[in-house]
Design a protein around this ligand. Structure first.
Ligand code: FAD
Length: 407
């Protein structure tokens, strides 16, 4: 049986390997000049493959469609995933007790497992091949056509084209276009896992400053994914880093309905209202002649401290109770207005994609066209930061590859 896999990301390579292992003639077609470019760049070149959560908790992090992921994850998650890579001499370790990375710290090692093993099972990867058409005859997939005019016969086609984000690493709308032509619905696409832009100009002036631990939430009732906590980086447009990456998708979605999305940031989540009030009282007793800004700079970068104060030159002895309350509010619950997100060029993940209602979760097969399968980010499945998306790509790839070989 000829299986053509479109895309050589973790989803496509996993699908190809497991289909080849089951005896299919597998050809992976990749538009770029080299395979797995996004995988190589992932996790800052270290590749955060997965994390330690158990299957159900892991799946729930993907939101309301979480049950769709279970059949795939049952095939390739947790110990099964660790054992697979260990078998191929790549040990995955969770040094921080949560995120799994290859012990070598090199994403190349993860990619190489597939690049070495696929040919051993008879599979091949052809680069510089952009698929532009999937042809169907008598309701059954027949072949695929590339932009250079070449065609490849296919009994099964696995669409693993990834998302639209990060075009430099292969991000494209190709997968959605191919799927749509075959009758699949595509839910709206949003940039996810990226920085957010805010209206407050002073934030832009602090670009480059990073705070190790902040808490960010969208200030709207019942916001599910929030608050987020972690490093916060000031940028020329707003904020980036872990404290906002998982908020970006929501900001992008809400932006369609409202021009500004209210945010609140706690700059010192480990130091609460009472501790700050006690600190201020001590300053008043012992440091009356000092500038408040100078003392605050012991806890926050001086530039940020200056912007948080109504009067950056005020000395402690002249500091009014009302101004102390205003500073407390800004330290622990500072309001900002999000006005957008980074563009597709910088978004690490695409939210939205091929609608799951047309996909069979046990096999990743299309319900509309016989012989078509999907895997990875091209689908309307988005996980947060932390190894969720690569695990999903590998697991759905395995599910699709195995099912395609059996059907
Ligand atoms: C900078 C960065 C860091 C990241 N870090 C992490 C991380 O540490 N952990 C994590 O879980 N996730 C991470 N992600 C997200 C993760 O990399 C993706 O979710 C994952 O790669 C998706 O896998 P995929 O195989 O579905 O798609 P991709 O990896 O995007 O692969 C799709 C492939 O298909 C090819 N293609 C597209 N259209 C065609 C066509 N028509 N013909 C032929 N080929 C085509 C593309 O060129 C591409 O190579 C990161 C993303 C980025 C951008």
């Amino acid at each position: 049986m000829n299986v053509v896999v479109i895309g050589s990301g973790p989803a496509g390579l996993s699908a190809a390997y497991f289909a080849a292992l089951a005896g299919c003639r597998v050809t992976v077609l990749e538009q770029l000049s080299a395979p797995g470019m996004k995988l190589l760049a992932s996790g800052g070149g270290k590749c955060n493959v997965s994390n330690t959560l158990q299957i159900e908790e892991f799946a729930r992090k993907f939101g309301k469609q979480w049950r769709f992921l279970l059949p795939s994850l049952q095939k390739f998650h947790g110990q099964t995933l660790l054992d697979f890579f260990a078998l191929h001499q790549v040990e995955l370790i969770a040094d921080d007790g949560f995120h799994y990375f290859p012990r070598s710290g090199k994403s190349r090692d993860v990619l190489n497992v597939f690049l070495h093993e696929l040919p051993r099972c008879g599979g091949k990867i052809l680069c510089g091949k952009q698929v532009v058409e999937i042809r169907v005859r008598s309701g059954m997939v027949a072949d695929v056509k590339c932009s250079d005019g070449s065609t490849y016969p296919a009994d099964r086609v696995i669409i693993a084209c990834g998302g639209k984000s990060y075009p430099a690493l292969g991000g494209t709308e190709n997968g959605y276009i191919l799927a749509e032509k075959l009758g699949h619905q595509i839910s709206s696409l949003y940039p996810a896992m990226c920085g957010i832009h805010v209206a407050e100009k002073w934030v832009h002036e602090c670009a480059g400053i990073s705070l190790a631990d902040c808490q960010v939430r969208i200030d709207l009732p019942k916001w599910r994914k929030l608050p987020q906590r972690g490093e916060l980086l000031f940028t020329h447009h707003g904020f980036s880093a872990f404290a906002v990456l998982d908020i970006a998708e929501t900001v992008a979605r809400l932006k369609k309905e409202m021009p500004q999305i209210p945010l609140r940031i706690n700059f010192t989540p480990d130091t609460g209202h009472e501790e700050w009030a006690a600190r201020f009282a001590l300053w008043r007793k012992t440091q009356g002649t000092k500038k408040v800004q100078t003392l605050l700079a012991g806890y926050l970068p001086r530039k940020v401290a200056a912007y948080l104060l109504n009067d950056p030159d005020v000395i402690v002895a002249h500091w009014q109770g009302r101004d102390r309350e205003i500073l407390l509010e800004k330290l622990l619950n500072c309001p900002f207005s999000a006005i957008g997100t980074d563009s597709w060029e910088r978004a690490m993940v695409t939210a939205g994609g091929v609608s799951l209602k047309d996909i069979e979760p046990d096999s990743m097969a299309s319900r509309l066209v016989k012989g078509i399968y999907f895997a990875g980010e091209v689908l309307d499945v988005t996980g947060p930061c932390g190894g969720y998306n690569i695990t999903w790509a590998l697991a759905s790839g395995r599910c699709a590859g195995e099912a395609a070989s059996q059907a």
